[in-house]
Design a protein. Structure first.
Length: 171
């Protein structure tokens, strides 16, 4: 029996300028805006680094020249009764693999041009302020640990999110 839940590949970027990190403010319709690092779904036929460059350009206006090093990989097996935006999936969770890169080289000016209209702002933010915003998002817990220096570069993290709200951590 095949799993009916959507399988997503997400590319995520940590873009630094001195002690600042690029953050985006986004929200789907009827959602409260929140700050996060640039990220998005890797489309069919794209390599992860191609999806990374496209998403960063759309969400920030910055061009990724060199994707850089793999900061970490996070795989989330969500078994919560939630449906992805736009009615994608049957509403009983998803399996997502998030590839987060330390972008080594980029150019351009911050100017979001998200074709979906979700990203409403992009800004360089101090690391402490970025961490404060990211702590509010359950799916950014590994990013917070990484930015604090608690998580090793290139590491793998596996989580299972259960319907009761608990999170099982495997690695």
């Amino acid at each position: 029996m095949t799993d009916p839940r959507p399988v997503l590949h997400i590319a995520s970027a940590i873009i630094r300028r001195d002690d600042e990190i690029v953050m985006i403010r986004q929200a789907a319709p009827d959602e409260e805006p929140f700050w996060s690092v640039p990220s998005g779904r890797v489309e069919d036929g794209e390599l992860v680094t191609e999806g990374l460059a496209r998403e960063v350009l759309e969400e920030t206006g910055l061009r990724v020249v060199e994707p850089g090093r793999l900061a970490f990989v996070l795989q989330i097996d969500s078994r919560r009764a939630e449906q992805l935006y736009g009615g994608r999936g049957p509403g009983n969770g998803y399996l997502a693999t998030v590839w987060t890169f330390e972008v080594d080289s980029w150019n351009g000016d911050l100017e979001p041009r998200d074709p979906d209209g979700f990203v409403v702002d992009a800004s360089f933010m101090s690391s402490p302020d970025a961490i404060t915003h990211l702590q509010k998002l359950e799916w950014q817990s590994v990013t917070v640990g990484y930015l604090r220096g608690e998580i090793e570069m290139g590491s793998l993290h596996l989580q299972r999110w259960h319907e009761d709200g608990s999170v099982e951590i495997f690695a």
